[in-house]
Design a binder for this molecule. Structure first.
Ligand code: ASP
Length: 327
């Protein structure tokens, strides 16, 4: 059901949200395939998420659309219990509750997001439901969770025993200090170009570990954690969300590419804008990845230790990102 139909049905008494589907059409991503236009598909993602990126890359090689592939790719990390800042197994907030944020953006320029969602693992897929099946772009908290149940998503306990143990350990000092690399920043932002040359992306996270209740970072904010313009390219972010939001980083990168910068140059300039405004960059990480319409990619970060995965021509490479600071 598309937005327009939703509006009509809602006006008729809210029928649209009570259809009670048991099948998650949003996760049933293998159903759409495209006729390849001789474009070699590409998938890139933040951090060294080999399996997530390979999942998306192979799906693209098989003819999947960019949006389907990005959601399928990031779902690998949403379901990975060892990843403590994405999906199930994510670190909780200061009160011990795991709250997730995600967004998706399609090659049409359409987008959807969910923030502060509890008990749902595949929040990127839920962001897609918001995009495709409601008249809105963003839903928060209980509203997003209720939509998920109506669309057949399962309620799941997101706090694992090991995340809970780490949280209890943290409670002993309750020290809140920003963290630098993969130990705590492993949000997955993924950009895919399909066989038609169309670009889409997804970004999903549990946000900063032990964040204040209700805190939302850049990851679900269109233009900050993710931005796509199918005529130009796309960008995604990870790291200290507050800094990324202040400079609307992913949108900035796409606009810099529009002005003629390569993905690498655009990522570097976006990081430098943050560096120029802060005298404490040793205390936080920001990293960007970008992909343009020609299939060129780039990444840049503040602290060494960030890597981007890149799947092209059937090969999944880990690319260490250049950084502002030296190790
Ligand atoms: N950008 C995320 C946030 O601020 C955190 C991260 O990338 O680890 O919520």
């Amino acid at each position: 059901m598309k937005r327009r139909e939703f509006i009509i049905k809602s006006a008729q008494g809210g029928v649209a949200l009570t259809l009670g589907t048991t099948l998650l059409s949003c996760l049933d991503t293998d159903k759409k395939t495209i006729t390849m236009k001789n474009v070699s598909p590409i998938s890139i993602c933040t951090w060294g998420f080999i399996d997530a990126n390979a999942t998306a890359g192979k799906a693209l090689d098989g003819g999947m659309t960019a949006l389907d592939a990005a959601i399928k790719g990031v779902a690998v990390e949403e379901e990975n219990l060892k990843n403590t800042t994405v999906g199930k197994g994510g670190a909780p907030d200061r009160e011990g509750n795991v709250t997730l944020d995600a967004c998706v953006m399609d090659s049409s320029g359409d987008c959807g997001a969910v923030v502060c969602v509890e008990n749902i693992t595949n929040v990127a897929a839920l962001a897609r439901v918001v995009m495709e099946e409601t008249p809105h772009v963003m839903l928060a908290g209980k509203g997003a969770e209720e939509l998920a149940y109506k669309k057949g998503f399962k309620a799941e306990k997101l706090l694992t025993d090991s995340s809970e143990n780490a949280y209890r350990e943290w409670l002993k000092t309750s020290e809140y200090k920003p963290i630098i690399n993969i130990e705590n920043h492993d949000t997955i932002g993924m950009l895919c170009m399909d066989g038609n040359g169309d670009i889409a992306g997804a970004c999903t996270t549990s946000g900063l570990s032990y964040k204040m209740k209700g805190r939302v970072g850049d990851s679900p904010i269109i233009g900050s954690g993710l931005f796509i313009d199918n005529e130009i390219g796309g960008a995604a972010a990870t790291g200290m969300g507050e800094e990324i939001m202040k400079t609307v980083g992913s949108f900035l990168i796409v606009e810099l590419m529009r002005q003629g910068k390569s993905p690498q140059e655009a990522c570097e300039e976006a990081v430098q804008r943050i560096v120029a405004k802060n005298n404490n960059i040793e205390n936080f990480q920001v990293a960007y990845i970008a992909l343009n319409k020609k299939g060129e990619t780039g990444s840049f970060c503040i602290h060494p230790g960030f890597a981007m995965m890149e799947y092209k021509n059937g090969i999944n490479n880990r690319i260490e990102s250049k950084a502002v600071l030296k190790s």
